[in-house]
Design a protein around this ligand. Sequence first.
Ligand SMILES: [Zn+2]
Length: 369
Amino acid sequence: MANKAYQFRLYPTKEQEQLLAKTFGCVRFVYNKMLEERIQIYEKFKDDKEALKKQTFPTPAKYKKEFPWLKEVDSLALANAQLNLQKAFQNFFSGRAGFPKFKNRKAKQSYTTNVVNGNIKLSDGYIKLPKLKWVKFKQHREIPAHHIIKACTLTKTKTGKYYISILTEYEHQPVPKEVQTVVGLDFSMNTLYVDSEGKRANDPRFYRKALETLAKEQRILSRRKKGSNRWHKQRLKVAKLHEKIANQRKDFLHKESHKLAKLYDCVVIEDLNMKGMSQALHFGQSVHDNGWGMFTSFLQYKLEEQGKKLVKIDKWFPSSKTCSCCGQVRESLSLSERTFRCECGFESDRDVNAAINIKHEGMKRLAIV
Ligand SMILES: [Zn+2]
């Protein structure tokens, strides 16, 4: 079984908007209530792990008696709030995340509902959802007939747009494809990647331009008096730009990963630790903007869908310092050396040399050399 999510813009009526706002609020309310109780239980038993495990934790049903208005919204949304809180605690206990936090009004306006007994249906530009009934949406792509809808997540963005993400499940066992074409990618700060053929990702100029505009508008925002009309107006402008840029970036990463997954049977990348990297090199913002993590996850599922492979090689592999021609490893290579030169006479663009080494290392892994 494989999963795939489809995202569409939703166009709720005024009435539906009200119910959505109420549902976001109820989900947040229930989440915080349950968290409050769990904190009390946790404080009481935190020194006795076994006893802590045996405690019964609060459920949304419990609050419905005390707060009957909770019954007016989708009960599955509330049930998912409980699951999310459980996950937050599991992540905390396993050391993957900090202690769960309360959700304030600024938290993401979102809830998830599930398919139960055909409660969710699609028909002619409308989607039927629990409590909301038929909501208009823009279905710009078909969900294949063999995909089964499992859950829907509804979100309101900061600029007041509504989106629905439809999670589907489908039977999928791709036939492993024999690897004939391999490409290596070297992560690049400026252009996302440089490949072993010497090609670079198409430079998204529009994107860089949009970033400049964003920086400008943010400076204007910082000069406005907080809470004033003009500040609110400017804040909305900045939020809109943020959304636009995020969408453009996602679109760009989809296109680039699609292109590679179509051209090659196997893509080799370095397993970079982005967090460590941005801290170590002070690249901060730009590494995250570059969306390498998002890009490689798109690449992975696009390859796997076709029975193809994404190979990640050790991040300590000296891809930049190795000569891709003779294999000799140089002792040092400064960041300013854009051209790689070896004693053997080999000369190449630094990033292309690295990408070729990454490709070779991946092929060794696959034992196809
Ligand atoms: Zn050499």
